[in-house]
Design a protein around this ligand. Structure first.
Ligand SMILES: [Zn+2]
Ligand SMILES: [Zn+2]
Length: 302
């Protein structure tokens, strides 16, 4: 039963309704606490800007072709880290194509953040349509929107995500806010595709282990074993980000093991040194190994 509840613990919407029912159940108390703490730490609510990107079609070019090219531009915006999420509302009204992506900042779509592919595709689309792309901020989707990391220098970064969030998978160790990928040096081929690829893999594993029925154990092991393919891919990305930014980048190792005794006595699964933090970091992390650049939490499954 404990495992089945995982699915509700991550979903802030469900927790509000379902939480009322489960809060008195001792077996679920840990899951509930973890949910609240993860929601807080990872800002799971989609508190972002909604932008309107549109272009008028003032040419005789086939509409289907233009729609395809517009879709390609949107995928390049995701690869450049300027928009969040894997899909956005897109529609045609009269002779105008409109799209409503999420962004982390009001100015995430500024030209200064465009990479080579975004700039090239923008030019192509404007030529096909014989008009200019228009940008408008529609609004924020949540009043208590928290801004992304604004630290002049971050003491470290953490690579972390989960199956629900559409935030970027990098947080600042100093302020605990998200780091827009477009603020980092270009990772690979003018963009951040390797980071986004790891993110998709992680979300896939997290979805499997949350749904419980297919590959739950396998997926969980991918997330919590330091030597798994998923962890190795993530740790490589951390090393590369460190190299590009000179900011140490830690890998978040999920922990949902069954432990007996004092969990804080656990040692770093990579180097076997003590790694418990005297004080919890950002009300979430309990373990941090500065040698292996790993962070983790006490298991909610004990
Ligand atoms: Zn920061
Ligand atoms: Zn270690």
């Amino acid at each position: 039963m404990g495992n089945r509840i995982k699915i509700s613990t991550f979903c802030s919407f469900t927790v509000q309704t379902f939480g009322q029912k489960v809060i008195n159940c001792p077996a679920l108390a840990n899951a509930w606490t973890l949910a609240a703490s993860i929601s807080d730490t990872l800002h799971i609510a989609t508190e972002m800007y909604i932008q309107e990107i549109s272009i008028e079609i003032n040419s005789k070019v086939d509409r289907d072709e233009i729609v395809d090219e517009f879709g390609i531009l949107m995928s390049f915006y995701r690869g450049s880290g300027q928009t969040q999420g894997s899909i956005e509302s897109q529609y045609i009204v009269d002779n105008k194509i409109v799209c409503l992506p999420y962004t982390l900042e009001k100015n995430s779509l500024d030209k200064k953040y465009d990479n080579f592919y975004v700039a090239r595709q923008t030019k192509k689309l404007e030529e096909l349509c014989n008009s200019k792309i228009q940008f408008k901020t529609v609004g924020k989707d949540y009043d208590s929107y928290k801004s992304p990391c604004k630290c002049k220098t971050s003491s470290f970064y953490i690579l972390i995500t989960n199956y629900l969030t559409i935030y970027p998978p990098l947080t600042c160790g100093t302020c605990n806010n998200y780091v827009p990928l477009y603020k980092l040096p270009k990772y690979y081929d003018y963009g951040y595709i390797p980071i986004l690829s790891w993110e998709t893999n992680y979300k896939s594993c997290d979805s499997l282990q949350m749904n419980c029925e297919v590959g739950e154990r396998w997926a969980l092991n991918q997330m919590q074993e330091v030597k798994s393919q998923l962890s190795r891919q993530g740790i490589e990305i951390c090393k590369k980000i460190t190299e590009l930014t000179n900011v140490s980048t830690y890998y978040y190792l999920h922990n949902y093991r069954k432990h007996k005794g004092d969990q804080l006595k656990r040692r770093c699964p990579n180097c076997n040194r003590k790694w418990d933090l005297k004080q919890q970091l950002h009300n979430f992390y309990d373990f941090k190994c500065d040698k292996c650049k790993l962070v983790s939490t006490i298991s909610a499954n004990s």
